[in-house]
Design a protein around this ligand. Structure first.
Ligand code: SF4
Length: 306
């Protein structure tokens, strides 16, 4: 499947996710990535799947729901998909729902990506670092990417983009949580002048052993970076599951795309009347249960066994 949801999103309300690229195809390999280390490390844009098939699936999904956003997010970096601009344009023509692109921002310096993203209503680029040194530590970018070029690209784009732009900064303990680094991040965000700024915490279990900074640091960051909103809470709301044939399929699919707390997986299993589904998948290794920051999540075993 290329689409999923609607799922509850902490920033976007009820969101249908569209993944136009294969799993873990990315230009970064962030230490906090919930999908594990990048296996297809690339900065080359390509055609991965038939975009018409993606839109047909999206069409079916949207007919049965009333999402707040269609979100191109991918199991990696969505701007690597060559047909992203075309699909955004098609969404505008076919649906009333606004579109969002959650991107690491690494390819926005390219003219073709800048042009294609113009078709979206909302762009959410990541700004996790204020210096090249931190960028390399936290985002672990492809070797041919240049920090200054990426930041200039996002600043340039922010000046011409007619939709809304929200930046996202994931704070990770020991990586980008020093006061100097936050000051550098603030300087970049000031130049971008986004419509909203989010400071995030890795509330979902990352494949690597990283944690969030202390709560006081979020308060500090919030004050420092003008009007930043801190997102450290867990999302609320139900998942749309009518497109799945059984509990196993729904839980496997959703947990590979979106963090799924154990209680949410249990709710899904109950809707199908298949309360044993989680236990069976854990027994055969398809799923694991992992506790992170005091909350239990179910995750596809393959993400944590490679
Ligand atoms: S940019 Fe996103 S998908 Fe890529 S490694 Fe970072 S968190 Fe994972």
């Amino acid at each position: 499947m290329y689409t999923y949801g609607p799922v509850p999103s902490r920033r976007l309300g009820k969101s249908i996710g569209v993944s136009p690229i294969p799993s873990k195809t990315c230009s970064y390999s962030c230490v906090y990535c919930q999908l594990g280390r990048t296996t297809n490390f690339t900065i080359d844009r390509a055609s991965f799947f038939d975009p018409n098939t993606i839109l047909t699936e999206l069409n079916r999904r949207i007919e049965n729901s009333e999402p707040d956003f269609i979100t191109f997010v991918g199991d990696g970096e969505p701007t690597l998909c060559k047909e992203l601009g075309w699909m955004l344009e098609q969404c505008k023509q076919r649906f009333d729902t606004p579109t969002a692109v959650i991107t690491n921002g690494s390819l926005i310096y390219r003219d073709d990506v800048k042009k294609e993203l113009q078709n979206a209503d909302l762009i959410l680029p990541s700004i996790d670092a204020g210096t090249e040194e931190t960028f390399k530590k936290i985002n672990r970018p492809h070797k041919n990417l240049n920090f200054e070029e990426i930041i200039s690209g996002i600043i340039d784009f922010s000046k011409i983009f007619e939709g809304k732009l929200w930046t996202e900064t994931m704070l990770v303990k020991g990586y980008n949580d020093s006061k100097d680094e936050l000051q550098n991040i603030k300087s970049i965000i000031d130049k971008i002048n986004p419509d909203k700024t989010f400071i995030m915490a890795p509330t979902r279990p990352p494949a690597e052993d990283v944690t969030s900074p202390e709560p006081e640091l979020y308060l500090y960051a919030q004050k420092l970076i003008n009007q930043a909103k801190t997102i450290t809470n867990l999302e609320k709301g139900d998942f749309e599951i009518s497109n799945y044939k059984d509990a196993r399929e729904a839980i496997m699919e959703l947990s590979s795309r979106h963090p799924l707390r154990k209680e949410q997986a249990q709710w899904i299993a109950k809707q199908f009347g298949q309360q044993q589904a989680i236990r069976k998948s854990v027994q055969n290794g398809e799923l694991i249960v992992k506790k992170y920051a005091g909350t239990k999540y179910v995750l596809p075993g393959k993400l944590f066994n490679r």
